[in-house]
Design a protein around this ligand. Structure first.
Ligand SMILES: Nc1nc2c(ncn2[C@@H]2O[C@H](COP(=O)(O)OP(=O)(O)OP(=O)(O)O)[C@@H](O)[C@H]2O)c(=O)[nH]1
Length: 348
């Protein structure tokens, strides 16, 4: 089983540390590893995370990369940190990587294709935070002067494009975009803020509102989604429509009979994700004639597939995908149409 890794990015002060603290406090004891890339006041984020008094945080494996911007020092810093995490036992269930506010996520995502990382870790998703009030004001960051200082202080930064471009690049890389600090904008301003951000999102990328970075860990990390520990033990005659009790989200299990072509299911899933505002899909497929179970996990349009382990003799060779979306959105989570689209390839 590959370890999923989530990249959390967004400008200085957008709420990355707040979001990570929230996730650590709400993953119910799952072992996580955390790579934090910050510079300037060394150790601040680590202290905030370690000092929060939440039991889970003390058990979290935190590695700090303080030598400048992670996207410029990927080979020197990120790879050794990854090796360090992968060498440890027991292995974490999930790795979270917080980039500095100035990082471009793309070089980091590319580093996951390096052989040393590729075989053990998979990019689960890139979560981009934006400061909603700053976006509305056309500033992107709460404190643009601090951002400029941070930039000037890092000699390794070779991306001196305007901040707007950096912001756009972060959004373009996102699989899930969080408009944070919703308490600082009026409800009436939300459509205007979404309109400013949406042109930079790829189709099918989820847009969530949050305060204090509080988004559901099931959506952000896929942890506790039930796919790892629950889905495989579900009897094959299990009904569709198992609700999770997450207020803002709707979810169901799509049972998938053994299939011939997982690439075809991937294509159909991507269409369904864009069409129905699905935020996350996670589960397993049984592929005709293959002894190994096929893992699928998607955040927005980022979809990862790989074979993980042989089906056990006592397991039904039956695929199942947990599908999660937001309640009350235009596309909604129309179970019958999603099932038709994914299983039969029919237009919704
Ligand atoms: N009003 C308000 N403040 C928030 C919210 N989320 C975070 N903050 C505050 O914004 C500041 C920055 O939040 P962080 O979580 O440290 O942001 P960050 O993106 O990790 O910042 P850097 O690590 O400096 O890049 C902190 O003072 C937070 O308490 C929110 O939803 N509303």
């Amino acid at each position: 089983m590959k370890i999923p890794a989530t990249i959390v990015t967004g400008f200085l002060g957008a709420g990355k540390t707040s979001l990570i603290r929230h996730l650590l406090a709400n993953v119910r004891g799952r072992p996580l590893a955390l790579i934090i890339n910050e510079f300037g006041d060394i150790g601040a984020d680590r202290e905030i995370i370690k000092g929060c008094g939440i039991a889970e945080c003390d058990e979290t494996d935190v590695i700090e990369l303080a030598n400048g911007c992670i996207c410029c020092t990927v080979a020197d810093d990120f790879l050794p940190a990854m090796r360090q995490i992968l060498a440890r036992e027991p292995k974490p269930d999930h790795i979270i990587i917080e980039t500095s506010g100035l990082a471009l996520p793309k070089p980091l995502v590319k580093a996951f294709a390096w052989p040393a990382v590729r075989n053990a870790v998979t990019v689960d998703g890139v979560v981009v935070l934006a400061d909603a009030a700053a976006v509305l004001a056309g500033r992107f960051a709460h404190d643009p002067a601090a951002l400029a200082d941070q930039r000037a202080a890092d000699p390794s930064l070779d991306h001196d494009s305007p901040l707007e471009e950096l912001f756009e690049e972060q959004l373009l890389c996102g699989d899930l975009v969080v408009l944070n600090k919703q308490d600082q904008v009026g409800a009436g301003d939300r459509p205007a803020i979404e309109a400013l951000v949406r042109p930079y999102l790829r189709p099918g990328v989820g847009l969530l509102w949050a305060e204090g970075g509080k988004i559901d860990p099931v959506v952000a990390l896929g942890l506790g989604i039930g796919a790892e520990d629950d889905l495989e033990s579900r009897p094959s005659h299990h009904d569709d429509g198992q609700d999770h009790d997450h207020d803002e989200f709707d979810s169901f299990v799509l049972q998938v009979p053994s299939i011939a072509d997982p690439a075809l299911i991937e294509t159909r899933l991507k269409v369904a994700i864009a069409r129905f505002d699905i935020l996350r899909v996670k589960g397993f497929l049984a592929v005709d004639g293959r002894p190994l179970r096929h893992v699928v996990q998607a955040v927005g349009q980022r979809l990862e597939r790989y074979y993980d382990r042989p089906w056990r003799p006592d397991e039904a060779r039956q695929g199942g995908l947990v599908v999660i979306g937001q309640r009350g959105t235009a596309g909604g989570l129309d179970r019958a149409s999603i099932a038709r689209m994914v299983l039969d390839g029919l237009p919704a």
